[in-house]
Design a protein around this ligand. Structure first.
Ligand code: BYC
Length: 331
């Protein structure tokens, strides 16, 4: 999928600098293409804001895959048996592969991978809130595999139908691999839920801790979301935060409850008239604090990435060919 390569046209790009005004005629042609359901490709004209928004979202997604490998990665050496260990190694490897696909898709919008990685390491870039919480026990791995991957699939299946070709193609491929992650997560979840009373209690404890971060995963309520309206108009986001959250709750709450695990929210219920899930205030202050760098594990996550960057630099340097010009992948 990511073969060949082309040099990003800097001259063309200058007219697309942040703050530049879009040509109204080009904008109208662009929006008509979006309305017709056409895919936008890297060499096509696109509004400055479309490029900026896509880059922001894809970059955050790529960072989420890289950082998301950390809580699970710490359990590889402590997996309860060889089967679980092999599955977890394969899953973590897949997540890093997803980051590669997503960085390549983001690069087509004109930001180098190096700049993106620097923004992650400096703490400037965001990544998914959920990866700033600790994975305290093996049951956390079951919750992540089943429910975080499940939540990600809801988001990614929808956005795979989005307007930007490279992102949409990357998401399609990611979803195929995620469906295996979900299966292994579900199997591990059911195994613990229906196992000994200790296993059940360990899973219940993990569920209690992950419930709120999972509600946060889909982003702030639509009434507060800054980017949804624009992103949905341009078919980058194919459903709003609240719609995706509701779809997730609809699909997964019954699956959690059917194995005897409860949710730590007395107000969680589906409104039979509206079909919408209602829940207690999930403390959006906590969400905003976590995504601004003040969650329980933000500092630890970045410290691990910084360590990897410093200690892996010699591998990169050994592979670099000094006489080669940098090319953006053709996604
Ligand atoms: N976490 O206007 P809004 C995985 C930020 S990894 C952090 O609603 P938008 C996996 C948002 O960026 C899959 N920040 O934003 C990996 C914005 O801040 P800025 C992760 C969040 O973009 C390993 C502000 O809040 N999935 O599955 O319209 C192991 C206002 O929000 C979050 C993706 O990355 C959040 N949860 O909608 C296992 C999907 N939510 O940029 C599994 C791609 C919001 O203005 N991203 N913010 O400073 C998206 O679909 C959208 O960006 C979101 C948010 C739905 C998340």
């Amino acid at each position: 999928m990511y073969g060949g390569g082309y040099i990003f046209d800097d001259e063309k790009n200058k007219s697309q600098a942040i703050g530049a005004q879009d040509d109204p005629e080009l904008l109208a042609v662009f929006e008509a293409r979006i309305d017709r359901g056409e895919k936008i490709e890297p060499h096509d004209w696109m509004p400055v804001e479309y490029r900026r928004q896509l880059l922001r979202m894809i970059e955050q997604h790529a960072h989420s895959e890289i950082v998301g490998a950390l809580p699970e990665g710490t359990w590889i050496t402590r997996a309860p048996n060889l089967k679980r260990k092999m599955a977890l190694i394969a899953k973590v490897q897949d997540e890093i592969g997803h980051a590669q696909l997503l960085y390549a898709a983001a690069e087509t919008l004109g930001k180098s991978r190096e700049a993106m990685v620097n923004d992650l390491l400096s703490g400037k870039a965001k990544y998914s809130n959920v990866f700033n919480y600790p994975a305290k026990t093996w049951a956390d791995i079951a919750v992540i595999g089943f429910l975080i991957d499940g939540a990600a699939i809801v988001n990614q299946l929808a956005n795979a139908k989005g307007s930007y070709g490279p992102y949409s193609r990357a998401l399609k491929r990611i979803c195929v691999e995620e469906s295996f992650h979900l299966k292994q997560g579900h199997e591990a979840f059911v195994y613990l839920a229906t196992g000994t009373s200790q296993q059940h209690a360990m899973l219940q404890d993990a569920m209690n801790r992950w419930y709120r971060p999972l509600i946060h995963f889909f982003g702030p309520p639509d009434t507060v979301s800054q980017h949804t309206e624009k992103l949905m108009r341009w078919k980058v986001k194919m459903a709003s935060n609240d719609d995706m959250r509701n779809q997730f709750l609809d699909q997964y709450i019954p699956k959690i409850q059917e194995v005897g695990i409860t949710l730590p929210d007395p107000n969680l219920r589906k409104n039979a008239d509206t079909g919408i899930w209602e829940f207690s205030d999930p403390n959006w202050d906590e969400f905003f604090s976590v995504i601004r760098g003040n969650g329980p594990c933000n500092k630890e996550r970045l410290a691990v990435r910084q360590w990897a960057e410093e200690n892996g630099a010699w591998v990169k340097n050994a592979l670099l060919k000094t006489n080669e010009k940098y090319t953006i992948p053709l996604a």
